[in-house]
Design a protein around this ligand. Structure first.
Ligand SMILES: [Zn+2]
Length: 361
């Protein structure tokens, strides 16, 4: 046992070392997946799960780990002071954060292979940042600082700042994260206007984040592969540091570049009680695994080594991303094998009258 643990420790590499030698997979999208599993209120979207059903969160981390995620991202998205005030549970802020971090650390340090995963502390868009009101900047800085403090305390290996649509808020997040001396991943999520809300272009925001010391810079959330890829190409060309690409798993379009206003185009006969298909009726616009795999391969071929899926991610899609860039992961054992299907299979035991029936089924 001890021997095994020591060996694991020795083999543990840092984030940049891993990225320099190949792809690193990061599963995101915890919010949607935990909601889908029935442990979170949609719309409210607060990760109370780390306190109320820690075993559920632990299982999801395990599932993603099994599917090939190298990073175990603590589920503290939206678990910040402002959001906790909105739901009247500010008193649970620190315990929620610490619980999520402890769960992530537990999974990261008990890997399926020899090498431990990297545990990531996580901060994100605060929702109160207002570029015209500097007072909000101070409040947000405090929000970030306390969360980063707890992450460092609980043994985070890296920090992830994600889903920023104000450039200046992303810069502030990076500034706070960098005080920790941990490797920092920072990803932006521009809205459908295709520009940061404070008027900075997507590319300029990323260039600035690199200048300010982002170890990994890129994009996550809000956009599917189709409307994220054009920007990723520019970003990869312009930046020297490692680049991150974590789209949502939905078919966003040039007309509707994000999932917020994505219309149902699949004959929906029962509209949502609210105006948009977001966030509860996006299912028909879900990308299939081959589309996600194609995206991952294309991004990797461009030189983007930090890859994952955000909202809409599930363990199967994470396995597809990992396999698309040449990795074999524990879940590869269960990849599809249609040759043994009862009707479409090619196995000699599949009767001819069943194979012949496939196109009428
Ligand atoms: Zn997302």
């Amino acid at each position: 046992m001890n021997n095994h643990k020591e060996r694991s420790k020795e083999k543990s590499r840092g984030l940049i070392e891993r990225l320099n030698s190949g792809p690193v997979i990061c599963a995101e999208g915890f919010l949607f997946e935990i909601e889908r599993r029935g442990y979170m209120s949609s719309g409210e979207f607060v990760p109370m799960v780390s306190l109320e059903h820690p075993e559920v969160l632990e299982n999801l981390h395990r599932d993603f780990q099994h599917a090939g995620s190298d990073i175990v991202q603590a589920f503290t998205y939206n678990g910040h002071r402002e959001k906790m005030k909105v739901i009247g549970k500010e008193d649970l802020l620190e315990s929620l954060n610490r619980s999520a971090l402890k769960i992530a650390k537990k999974i990261a340090t008990s890997p399926i292979g020899y090498e431990p995963n990297l545990m990531a502390g996580n901060i994100s868009n605060s929702n109160i940042w207002n570029n015209k009101d500097p007072k909000t900047h101070l409040v947000v800085e405090k929000i970030f600082s306390e969360m980063v403090g707890w992450a460092v305390d609980e043994g985070a290996d890296i920090l992830i700042g994600e889903t920023f649509y104000y450039a200046e808020e992303a810069y502030k997040a990076l500034e706070v994260m960098k005080k920790s001396d941990l490797p920092c991943v920072i990803t932006i999520a521009p809205m459908a206007e295709n520009i940061m809300r404070d008027g900075v272009s997507i590319l300029d925001a990323c260039k600035e984040l690199e200048q300010r010391g982002g170890d990994v810079v890129g994009m996550n959330c809000f956009r599917g592969p189709t409307t994220m890829m054009p920007y990723l190409k520019e970003i990869r060309k312009a930046l020297k540091c490692h680049v991150a690409a974590l789209p949502i798993a939905f078919r966003t379009t040039e007309k509707n570049p994000t999932f917020f206003n994505l219309p149902d185009n699949n004959g929906c006969t029962c509209n949502t009680p609210h105006k948009t298909t977001f966030p509860t009726a996006l299912d028909p616009m879900q990308m299939n695994r081959y589309e996600i795999a194609k995206f991952a391969k294309e991004a990797y071929d461009l030189g983007i080594n930090y890859l994952g899926v955000c909202c809409g991610a599930n363990p199967m899609l994470i396995r597809e991303v990992a396999e698309a860039v040449g990795l074999k992961v524990p879940a590869s054992k269960y990849r599809e094998n249609m040759s043994r299907h009862f009707m479409y299979g090619t196995h000699p035991r599949v009767p001819k009258h069943m194979r012949d029936y496939g196109d009428k089924a």
